[in-house]
Ligand binder design. Sequence first.
Ligand SMILES: Cc1cc2nc3c(=O)[nH]c(=O)nc-3n(C[C@H](O)[C@H](O)[C@H](O)COP(=O)(O)O)c2cc1C
Length: 184
Amino acid sequence: MIKEIIKNRRAVYPVQYSDQKITPNEIEEILASANWAPTHRRTEPWRFKVFHGESQERLANFMAETYKATTDNFSERSFEKMKVNPVKAGCVIAICMQRDPKESIPEWEEIASTAMAVQNMWLTASELKIGAYWSSPGVKDRLGELVHLAPGERCLGFFYMGKYDEELPQGTRKTSIEDKTVWI
Ligand SMILES: Cc1cc2nc3c(=O)[nH]c(=O)nc-3n(C[C@H](O)[C@H](O)[C@H](O)COP(=O)(O)O)c2cc1C
């Protein structure tokens, strides 16, 4: 049931990932779901850069070194996490948004559409028992120094994925949907 898949989807972090590999087929299946996100004026703005295998190490080094060189609030813990997590993951996908060159719709709609594509990926991963989460470190704004980004293309974060053995915790929300809803 879609309702159960939605409710049971969790943010699953690298510390929870096992050593079990994710296959290219699984990655392709997850990406295929992204492409069915809704899109205003059919701009289909979602773009992805897949780091799977050896390139995960390059991503980790890039993130850690870029963080060190650019932050004015250095923490050894964050540096270590950036060095370790992209390699511990089964796969990391940079989430990018391609601005429509004609700017036919506001940028927020392109970001919203890309976020919906990510939710499709997250739900598909969840159904495949692949843990995932969206990470949004400051270094995402520098991804263009590691991989080619087209004019108007912007990185919105990283989709970490990994298989896991442990039971996932129950999700929590601070308040109910009734508290966030007004019926007019
Ligand atoms: C746009 C976006 C950015 C996020 N960035 C981070 C992040 O940088 N670090 C992090 O630990 N979690 C991040 N998350 C994951 C959330 O922390 C997680 O979804 C939230 O705690 C709710 O837990 P749940 O997804 O298991 O319901 C992000 C989620 C979204 C949607």
